[in-house]
Design a protein around this ligand. Structure first.
Ligand SMILES: Cc1cc2nc3c(=O)[nH]c(=O)nc-3n(C[C@H](O)[C@H](O)[C@H](O)COP(=O)(O)OP(=O)(O)OC[C@H]3O[C@@H](n4cnc5c(N)ncnc54)[C@H](O)[C@@H]3O)c2cc1C
Length: 511
């Protein structure tokens, strides 16, 4: 029988970033905590798969591993069987998607790491990178640590437009200001300030906003959510010298950070069950009582007065009876929308990108024009990840990773996604003539939930579900679908800190 005990102080369902954050903090406070994960490793949507294990276990295994993380394989080049036959993935390490870490790990990850001794404290290495944006055929450096691309500086001087306000406005804002801007879109603000009159300045801010939120259309992106992250995390951490990079990658794959948190959880006496599903959250008379676990054909009830669900909140009612919650809340929660993404990997024989882009994140808001098939022009961001993390490709080869946001519905449309994958290849060939020839293999996973709850003007930040379930004592939520701020993984970590704080009564730096 699996699981050491029949009862615990707390049970956490799902070992994604959010679940790992909460479980490790609860165990750190001495709570006897059980963490249950359906996959064979921790990390959730941010896990790493080795190319060798994909080859060993085969296509169905790979597709199932992706499927558990709301992701499917839309296309492969060459055909997947050919990739297997030629063993093209040997020596590669693939994060489930592109997994750039906000602030190079010095955001909410850093706060958790300092409390429990995970991440950098445990030897996990982050490698930072600068970012840049293509507008037509010109590539401009993003505003970084007070430095502006000289061409952007010249436009700002010439037009007198308040471009820098986007970055500096949060310096004088309070929490109430962020709340009030949550329903204001980036596009509306750019119009109000006149910045939309200049396409280059507009697109520079559009591209950074999409990088932070994974939403293509600036009319939808919540500026308040971005400003809260800038005002509370980004700006103070840059000015205090805690952060030096807007983004980065973990050397050896994002799994290293996930494993470092899981290791601390175990060291604090926590119990981790892998390949085990939570089938039901038991609720009786308005109180949570525990969960029903399922492993292969066995089933077990385990009891706890506290249950944290790290499963995206929209799916809560697959595990817990909807009649236990207020009807209005159930309806709203089920309707929360995420944002999907095509997240291609390219195994490269050589790098066709200009050398000054080898260590830089590059992006473009017009990779696939919307035409009449897409909700909005599709943006894409890409890095030669192996330049930051030499462990992710074999010697002499390179790994390029990217992500291109699409709506949940678009992400679930096989024909449309197949067409989009071809357009991405066309774009890269146009952008870097000869690119196609350098590609030894390419995989195009598509996730319909890169961002669990899209940070749009109807549901960002404080408009998200709270971490404490309404009307059910002892039930909490964590992860990127509930209240938390910042870029996806960091947002899931923030929600985990907020959730743990509600349970332990201690303040972990964010509320
Ligand atoms: C392709 C792709 C690319 C991405 N790129 C980036 C990026 O560059 N930067 C970034 O910051 N973020 C990125 N993200 C988003 C990031 O991965 C997520 O925001 C973050 O990992 C969410 O963590 P979470 O804890 O909220 O949820 P999840 O990771 O979804 O965790 C939920 C966990 O619950 C488990 N689970 C589900 N049901 C059950 C059950 N019944 N019983 C037991 N366990 C269960 C799942 O297996 C999973 O481990 C990307 C995501 C994808 C899919």
């Amino acid at each position: 029988m699996f699981g050491k005990h029949g009862s615990y102080d707390a049970i956490v369902a799902g070992a994604g970033v959010g679940g790992l954050t909460v479980a490790s903090l609860l165990a750190h406070e001495g709570l006897n905590t059980l963490l249950v994960e359906q996959a064979d490793r921790v990390g959730g949507r941010a896990m790493t798969l080795k190319g060798d294990e994909i080859l060993k276990n085969g296509e169905q295994w790979y597709r199932a591993a992706l499927g558990r993380q709301y992701t499917w394989l839309a296309k492969s080049l060459p055909d997947f069987r050919e990739i297997e036959r030629l063993e093209l993935l040997r020596g590669y390490q693939l994060d489930i998607g592109y997994h750039g870490v906000a602030l190079n790990g010095r955001g909410y990850f850093y706060d958790l790491d300092r409390i429990i001794g995970s991440g950098e404290q445990a030897g996990v290495e982050f490698v930072g990178n600068l970012n840049s944006t293509y507008i037509d055929n010109e590539c401009y450096s993003d505003f970084h640590a007070g430095k502006m691309d000289p061409r952007i500086k010249a436009i700002v001087k010439e037009t007198g437009l308040p471009f820098l306000d986007f970055y500096l406005a949060p310096l004088s804002m309070t929490s109430t200001d962020y709340d009030s801007y949550e329903r204001v879109s980036v596009a509306a603000w750019l119009r109000e300030k006149g910045i939309s009159q200049n396409r280059i300045l507009y697109e520079m801010i559009h591209s950074v906003s999409t990088l932070i939120t994974t939403i293509n259309d600036p009319e939808e992106i919540s500026i308040g959510d971005i400003w809260r992250y800038m005002g509370e995390i980004l700006n103070p951490r840059f000015s205090k010298g805690i952060a030096q990079w807007a983004s980065g990658f973990v050397k050896g794959g994002i799994q290293r950070w996930m494993d470092s948190v899981a290791d601390r959880f175990l060291a604090f006496g926590g119990e981790l069950l892998l390949e085990t599903r939570v089938r039901e959250i038991i609720i009786e008379s308005g109180k949570v009582k525990g969960v029903v676990l399922e492993k292969t054909h066995e089933e077990k009830r385990v009891h706890a007065p506290i249950v944290v669900s790290n499963i995206p909140t929209q799916d809560t009612f697959r595990f817990a009876g909807r009649e236990a919650f207020p009807g209005e809340w159930v309806t709203r929660t089920e309707r929360l929308r995420g944002f999907g993404s095509i997240a291609p990997y390219f195994g490269l024989r050589e790098i066709a990108l200009p050398k000054d882009q080898w260590n830089v994140g590059v992006k473009d808001t017009m990779v696939i024009p919307r035409g009449d098939r897409l909700a909005h022009d599709v943006y894409m961001c890409w890095n030669i990840q192996s330049q930051s993390d030499p462990f992710c490709s074999p010697d002499g080869k390179h790994l390029m990773t990217a992500y291109a946001p699409v709506t949940e519905d678009e992400a679930k449309n096989p024909q449309l996604m197949d067409w989009c994958c071809d357009r991405i290849m066309d774009y890269l060939e146009r952008r870097y003539p000869g690119f196609r020839e350098t590609v030894e293999w390419a995989l195009f996973p598509v996730s319909w939930r890169l961002e669990g709850v899209a940070k749009d003007i109807n549901q960002a930040g404080t408009l998200k579900s709270p971490v404490r379930a309404p009307d059910v004592e002892g039930l909490y939520f964590a992860g990127d679908t509930v209240r938390g701020y910042g870029v996806a993984m960091d947002c899931a970590c923030a929600a985990g800190l907020i959730c743990a704080s509600m349970i332990t009564g201690k303040f972990y730096g964010v509320s």
